[in-house]
Design a protein around this ligand. Sequence first.
Ligand SMILES: Nc1ncnc2c1ncn2[C@@H]1O[C@H](COP(=O)(O)OP(=O)(O)O)[C@@H](O)[C@H]1O
Ligand SMILES: [Mg+2]
Length: 197
Amino acid sequence: MADKSRLRRKLREKRRNLPAFRQKLASQALTRRALAIIPGIDTASRIAFFIAADGETDLMPLIRKLRTRGASCYLPVLDDNYENRLEFALYTPGEKMTLNRFRIPEPHALGRQRHNYRKMDIIFMPTVGFDDQGRRLGMGGGFYDRTLSTIRLTHSRTPLLVAVAHDIQYTPQLPDEPWDIHPDITLTPARIIRRNS
Ligand SMILES: Nc1ncnc2c1ncn2[C@@H]1O[C@H](COP(=O)(O)OP(=O)(O)O)[C@@H](O)[C@H]1O
Ligand SMILES: [Mg+2]
């Protein structure tokens, strides 16, 4: 546990220290590669993103591009009914946002514009660390693990999970906890790791 938090701290510091031009290149590379590589991205109607913070890759160029292609874009919001889980709210770039209790901006979307994760076709997951097996280390809150905990229990269609990371977030072997939900694909500016599970 102490190891995991030390590792998170180290990896977060690394990505925060990336110079602006590296961030820009990462964002451009990610956009290009996501459009070329992710299966079904062209026909997906609902796609969940996240707003970059703490040195994460900026996915706004990808959001804008996919909106021009007709996709609806969503952002994670805290679930009102289930503690420490996420729902996904419809997002229009430029709209006024509200800060949640973690000071993370959320769209205002109410009612029919908020969805359970199952309604998404693709979910982009923020990532602190990844390894060769496609395991994901998050920020330590377990929010995506909790939200997606039922994803492998069903035979119905489920969203494609895509972790987005910088190459410097590579770690030789991450701990694999029983509750961890790992992505189908980990995408970085230079690498793609597909997980078969
Ligand atoms: N499905 C779940 N149900 C209840 N608690 C969970 C679930 N998934 C994760 N957690 C809790 O979240 C905490 C953080 O999970 P962890 O995998 O370490 O973080 P992260 O995925 O953000 O790196 C864990 O201590 C765990 O107890
Ligand atoms: Mg986890």
